[in-house]
Every structure is written in C-alpha cells, then in structure tokens.
Design a protein around this ligand. Structure first.
Ligand SMILES: Nc1ncnc2c1ncn2[C@@H]1O[C@H](COP(=O)(O)OP(=O)(O)OP(=O)(O)O)[C@@H](O)[C@H]1O
Ligand SMILES: [Mg+2]
Length: 476
C-alpha cells in the first residue's frame, strides 16, 4: 500500500506542478505581451504630446488612457521620481521597481515584472510558481509594464509605467490547483480502497497458509488450506496440503508401528508371566509339566528376541543407519547354504525342497543381508505350506539380473491381501500366524533389503494352490 501511495503521490505532484507551471507560464506571458504592447504604444504617443501639451491636459489624457486599459499609469523621470500618477498616490516618490531602472539605465526600451502587494502597499517581485504554491493569501497580484519616454529629438527623458492587476490569471491558476488537488484526493481515496482490496486478495492466502502451518506445528496434521485458482499461492497451498498429508500418514504409520510393536512384545511377555506364575504357586509340580512350561517359556523368549531383532533391523533401515557390507560374493552359495539351514525344518513337516541353480550369479552385495532375504522367504514357504508339501528354489540369470524364485504348494494368499504382504506387521490370517509364531515383519525386511540392493521383490499367489516369490537383483 505504501508503494502504491508513493507512486501515485510522486506522479501526481509531478503532473500538477508541471501542468500549472506550463499553463501559468503561458498565461503570464500573454499578460506580459499585451501589457508591454499597450504601454509601448501609449509611451510613443505620450512622448510627443508631453513636449507640446500643458500638464493638466496630459493628466486628463493619462487618466483616460489608464481607465481604458483598466490599470494605473505613472510617469517617472530620469531620476526615478514619479511625476504623474493616475491614482495620485506616489507623486514625488521614487519607484523601487527593477523594470523601471532597466529603462532609465538605457538597457531596454520596454520591460515588465510581476509583483505581490500586501495590505500595506508593500510590493515584492514574484514568480508564477509562487501562485501555485499559494503564497498569495491577503496579497494582490500586479503586472508592471514599462516603456521608455522619448522626445522629438530621440532623447530619453523618462518612463511610462502601466500597473495592471493580474489577479484574474492567478485566480484561475489557484482554481486549477484546487481542482487538481481535489482530483488527487479522489484518486488517493480510490487507490487506498484498491490497495486495501488488492492487499486483502494477496494476503488472505498467505494468512490462510500461515494459519495452516501454525495448526500443523501444534500437531493438527489433518487441516487442509483452501486457496482457489491456479496461481503461485494456489500451487503453494496444494504443495502444503500434500506435505501435511504425508506428515499425517507418517504420523499414523509411526503410531501404528509403536502400537503394533508393543502388542507383539506384550503377547509373549504375558504368556511368560502366566507360565512363571503357575510354576511359582505350584510347589510340587510334576517335573514333566515343569519341563513343558520351561520349554514354552524358552520359545516365548526366542520369539521376543526375534521380534526385537526384526524391529531393530527395521529401525536401522528407516533411519538410514543400515549400511550394506558389500563384497564380491556368489549368490548361488548363499542360496544353497540357506536351503541347507532350513532343510531340517522342512523335513520335520515332511516337505521337500527342490533347488535348481542355473547360474552362480556372482555379484557385489551384502551376503549376510541376502541370506536373510532367502531365509525369510523360504521359512515362510515352509510355514505356510501344509505337511508333505513341495517347495522349489530356482536361481537363474536374466540379462543383468539374478532372478531367485521361491515357490510352494501351500495355502496361498487371497488376492485382496497380496498388495499388503510387504507391509509391517501384516498377516493374512492373524490367528493362524500367531500359532506359527509370525509377527508380519519378515517380508517388510525382505523388501527393504532388496531395495537397498536396487532390486525388486514381487509375489504371485493363488489361494489354496501356492505362492511364488520372485527376487530380482542386479548383478554388477
Ligand atoms: N509363502 C507364503 N504362503 C502363504 N502366505 C504367506 C507366504 N508368505 C507370507 N505369507 C503371508 O504374508 C504374511 C506376512 O509374511 P511375513 O513373513 O512378513 O510375516 P510372518 O511370516 O507372519 O512373520 P515373521 O515376521 O516371523 O516373518 C504372513 O503372515 C502370511 O500370512
Ligand atoms: Mg515370515
């Protein structure tokens, strides 16, 4: 708004001053030309008459001439003393006017000047600009036009002074100035209103955005800002909304994660507590039962430590602290070793694992992490395949990728659950997985590790028929 006002103010002042200056200049020039022409004509006829006519005839003539020109006529001798004054006021005094002395000194034949005269008759030379700026209150504007008086021999013997009021010209300038000031006032008011409106339009979205940011800092991630249109502010608002949605999602995911993790830890702890309490209050416990209880406690502790291990791995990956310890490795060896480690478990369930390795797939990767990937997927295949089922592990090269396929003839995954199996804590059948000891973290760890290796993991499944996990890793 300040900028608006400054621009308007400066341009208006420039326009006003220059317009009034121009108009005033030409008005005063006209006055000066007319005044000088008539005083010169009068002086020419008077010069001759003054030689031959008596003083009172001359005086009458002067009074008439003054009346017809609407002003006052004075005759000044070579000493600057007033000899005749049609107003009969200044006879015998010296006129202190510059335009009289230029003539008496012989510097010009005619001259003029404008003066401000106050109530006491004090006169002061003035310029047109004084009229605009307004130093005219209580004063009267006069124009003084002078012409040299010359006798029949061409001898200069005095000056004729015509004093005419130029108040009309000054009044019209003042009127113009006031009109312009009025227009300026109106324009200023209009600009003020416009500036207010525009600043409202500009600042409202900013205010809305900052209110949104403030609410967000207070933890309200669901608030959205509304800025209509397609301008920069609208884009900013859209970006803000997107960001707050992401923060909201992150916040929810974090809460979900914490609550899921606590839940996963609580369940085995509760089981352990019950088992320990029953052992505490039963003094003469059957050793067989005691052993069973202790075995259960041991299992729960294993479960706890595996959950904690998984959680730690995920937290590490999330906080980007997990660094891959890459080295040249033979992926086929990792697959073989993992299968060997899990074979006893499969055997326990009467399952067979068929391994077919078509390529050694040498690559620069983290063998420990990749072994965890294989372990998690094959362990799932064993867990979610009924006894006597068949698991096939297949490793081959495809272009620049190593492709590992792990298929089973298990329970499969319903189509609606497929997109979620890599989510943290996601289990298709909650009750069944609890029995088998799953927490729903295994596949999300697999996905994170594969992503860290710039690879991908996908799943295909038919409920009741079996599942195939495909891991694709770039071979460098
Ligand atoms: N081969 C499979 N066949 C059928 N369902 C599977 C298979 N692999 C995974 N699932 C389903 O996907 C879910 C998520 O698997 P994930 O490995 O992440 O968790 P989990 O095995 O339950 O627990 P854990 O964290 O101990 O691995 C499982 O609970 C299971 O329902
Ligand atoms: Mg698992």
């Amino acid at each position: 708004m300040a900028a608006f006002l400054l621009v308007i103010g400066v341009s208006f002042s420039v326009v006003t001053v220059s317009t009034i200056g121009l108009v005033g200049g030409s008005l005063f020039e006209d006055e000066a030309r007319n005044g000088v022409t008539s005083v010169t004509q009068m002086a020419a006829s008077l010069g001759e008459r003054m030689q031959r006519e008596p003083a009172d005839a001359l005086y009458t003539h002067l009074v008439e001439a003054a009346r017809s020109s609407g002003g006052r006529l004075l005759v000044v001798d070579m000493d600057g003393k007033v000899q005749f004054d049609t107003f009969d006021q200044s006879c015998g005094t010296r006129l202190g006017l510059a335009e009289v002395y230029t003539l008496l000194r012989g510097e010009a034949d005619s001259d003029y000047g404008f003066h401000l005269t106050d109530g006491q008759g004090r006169t002061q030379a003035a310029s047109v600009l004084d009229g605009i700026i307004g130093r005219d209150i209580g004063r009267v504007w006069d124009g003084c036009f002078t012409a040299a008086l010359v006798d029949g021999q061409g001898q200069r013997f005095g000056a004729l002074v015509l004093v005419v009021s130029v108040q009309d010209a000054v009044d019209s300038l003042i009127f113009m100035r006031d009109r312009m000031l009025g227009v300026f006032g109106l324009a200023l008011a209009a600009v003020l209103v416009m500036a207010l409106l525009i600043s409202r339009i500009v600042t409202r979205p900013v205010a809305e955005l900052s209110a949104g940011i403030e609410r967000m800092t207070k933890g309200d991630y669901q608030h959205r800002v509304h800025v209509p249109g397609k301008g920069e502010m609208a884009q900013l608002a859209a970006a803000f909304n997107q960001m707050s949605e992401q923060v909201h999602n992150l916040d929810e995911a974090r809460n979900q994660f914490v609550s899921n993790a606590s839940h996963e830890l609580k369940t085995p702890l509760a089981t352990i507590k019950i088992l320990v309490q029953s052992m505490m209050y039963e003094d003469d416990m059957d050793p067989q039962l005691r052993r069973e209880f202790l075995t259960d406690i041991d299992k729960e502790i294993d479960r706890l430590s595996s959950v904690v291990g998984d959680l730690l791995t995920l937290v590490h990956i999330d906080s980007h602290k997990l660094r891959l310890r890459r080295e040249m490795m033979v992926f086929a060896d990792t697959v073989r070793t993992t299968v060997k480690r899990l074979e006893p478990l499969a055997k326990k369930h009467g399952q067979t694992i068929e391994t077919s390795i078509a390529d050694s797939c040498e690559m620069f990767a983290d063998p420990g992490k990749l072994s965890q990937v294989c372990y998690n997927i094959i362990e799932n295949a064993i867990k979610y395949t009924p006894d006597g089922g068949r698991i096939t592990v297949n490793l081959r090269r495809s272009g620049r990728d190593a492709v590992l396929e792990i298929a089973d003839t298990g329970v499969g995954i319903p189509e609606e659950d497929l997109p979620h199996v890599f989510d943290r804590f996601y289990r298709v059948d909650k009750a069944r997985s609890r029995e088998t000891g799953g927490t729903g973290l295994g596949l999300s760890i697999v996905q994170q590790i594969v992503r860290l290796h710039a690879g991908s993991v996908t799943v295909q499944s038919t409920a009741g028929a079996g599942t195939t996990f495909t891991v694709q890793l770039p071979v460098k």
